[in-house]
Design a protein around this ligand. Structure first.
Ligand SMILES: [Mg+2]
Length: 298
């Protein structure tokens, strides 16, 4: 995916990179809780994992791999990515989200590139943005499919690409329990030098590799970019790769965050300079409407 540099900026920042879930809408919507429940249901219903072990396992995987999905793949479960996403997102209470004309107006008034960066899949990202009324406010979306192309394609960049080794169809889904890595045992035996945590083939935040790949794909200079996130570990990872960071969802600035916003609606109060810097439109001479070209592409 290529992004067009439409504006020559004479400012500290020339791009705003936004997480989606719990950043562009509040945690209180309940989608995050419902998503976590759906993931645990998937582990039980689709992967046949013992109900009594699911809570501890999902917490360990999330902590060690960024997403439970990435952890499940790392320890040996094989499943169709689209099937997983449709299961965990398909039953979310999207009705709790409402159009946000205030945020829409704020975003459209910002004469700076705006890009979404989410670990979620493109269907979920597009649905959330559509409901919030923000679908045309961003230049592009970096989502699960962007960082994890199932097959190599012209958009791939070679050596860093995911290698998909499993079956595509959920009907062919395999799970050989004898090959499942026992991460619970591994974590409980920290001195067991013979056991190494397996790597996941899935690329996602908060890995620095995932963030660097997203920056490369979207041609973003981290030093000139503000990264809006609710997750503090993603904030820390973003900081490590050179991004300027804004923690959303709290007014208490945590170490590693350059700014903190209780709500994304507070962006103007916290960062008024975003509206006052001089921006030169390189082509059209106008920047009244910033996002015009990219819907969801992956
Ligand atoms: Mg988030």
């Amino acid at each position: 995916m290529e992004f067009e540099n439409r504006y020559r900026q004479v400012s500290k920042y020339d791009c705003l990179l936004f997480d989606l879930d719990d950043t562009l809408y509040p945690l209180s919507s309940g989608l995050a809780t419902a998503c976590a429940n759906n993931i645990r249901d998937y582990m039980a219903e689709k992967l046949g994992i013992d109900q009594r072990k699911i809570l501890e396992l999902s917490n360990l995987l999330y902590k060690n791999y960024g997403t439970t999905m990435a952890g499940l793949r790392a320890i040996g479960y094989n499943f169709d990515y689209d099937d997983y996403h449709s299961f965990v997102h398909g039953r979310l209470p999207y009705e709790n989200l409402k159009p946000d004309p205030v945020l829409r107006s704020l975003l459209l008034s910002l004469p700076i590139r705006k890009v979404i960066f989410t670990n979620a899949d493109k269907v979920h990202a597009a649905k959330v943005l559509r409901i919030l009324g923000l679908e045309d406010c961003f230049e592009g979306i970096i989502c699960f499919e962007t960082l994890n192309p199932t097959y190599k394609s012209a958009a791939s960049d070679g050596e860093d690409d995911i290698q998909f080794t499993g079956p595509r169809s959920s009907s062919n889904m395999t799970k050989c329990k004898t090959e499942i890595f026992d991460i619970v045992h591994h974590i409980s035996q920290p001195n067991d030098l013979g056991s190494v945590l397996p790597k996941s083939p899935i690329v996602c935040k908060p890995s620095e590799h995932a963030i660097e790949k997203a920056l490369k794909i979207s041609n973003i200079n981290p030093q000139k970019t503000l990264f809006f996130e609710d997750s503090i570990r993603n904030i820390h990872a973003g900081k490590r790769v050179g991004l300027n960071t804004v923690q959303v969802g709290t007014c208490q600035r945590t170490k590693g965050a350059d700014y903190a916003l209780e709500s994304i609606h507070n962006i103007r109060e916290a960062l008024p300079e975003l509206w006052t810097t001089s921006t030169i439109a390189s082509e059209s001479g106008s920047y009244g409407k910033v996002a015009v070209e990219t819907s969801v592409t992956a």
